[in-house]
Ligand binder design. Structure first.
Ligand code: RP5
Length: 162
């Protein structure tokens, strides 16, 4: 199975990124995690992206806050799908990171999830890998069904309470 690469701009992003690693672990998807910054270690971030396809990755998740150029900088150097997680924090509480991640120029797409949306980033990466993996696709279908069952159980609970 192809691996998912997870890059974060700082180890201070780890509490957010942990939700992505937990989800990938639950789904038995192999992943590799790195701290590379678009600004502090641009050479390492670029090299990771340039070599990612040859190194067996199928999708890359990039998490960063504030002037969050990491996902875009990774996407500039690979045609693998790149999923950006804008991280909350700083003076604008994540609005700066959201806009920096989502407002990519035509030609270099980044699939941006919600602020701190690490679980969805992992699920989107899983869905990308599952395009060519029927077993993983079945796992994702089963997860959707069990998530729906939880909501329907809550629906019953609400009716009983009111
Ligand atoms: C971004 O700046 C990082 O992704 C992080 O969200 C933020 C703050 O980084 P630190 O100063 O905590 O290392 O580049």
């Amino acid at each position: 199975m192809k691996k998912v690469g997870i890059i974060m701009g700082s180890d201070s992003d780890l509490p957010i990124v942990k939700k992505a690693t937990d989800m990938l672990t639950t789904l038995d998807i192999p992943f590799e995690v790195h701290v590379y910054s678009a600004h502090r270690t641009p050479v390492e971030a670029r090299d990771f992206a340039l070599n990612a396809r040859a190194n067996g990755f199928g999708a890359i998740i990039a998490a960063a806050g504030m002037a969050a150029h990491l996902a875009g900088a990774i996407a500039a150097n690979t045609t693998l799908p790149v999923i950006g997680i804008p991280c909350k924090g700083g003076m604008m509480d994540g609005l700066d990171a959201l806009l920096s991640t989502v407002q990519m120029p035509t030609g270099i797409p980044v699939a941006t999830v919600a602020l701190n949306g690490a679980a969805n980033a992992a699920l989107l990466a899983a869905q990308i890998i599952a395009v060519e993996d029927a077993e993983l696709a079945a796992k994702l279908d089963a997860k959707r069904a069990s998530d729906a069952a939880v909501v329907l159980e809550k629906d019953k609970g609400i009716t009983e309470r009111l």
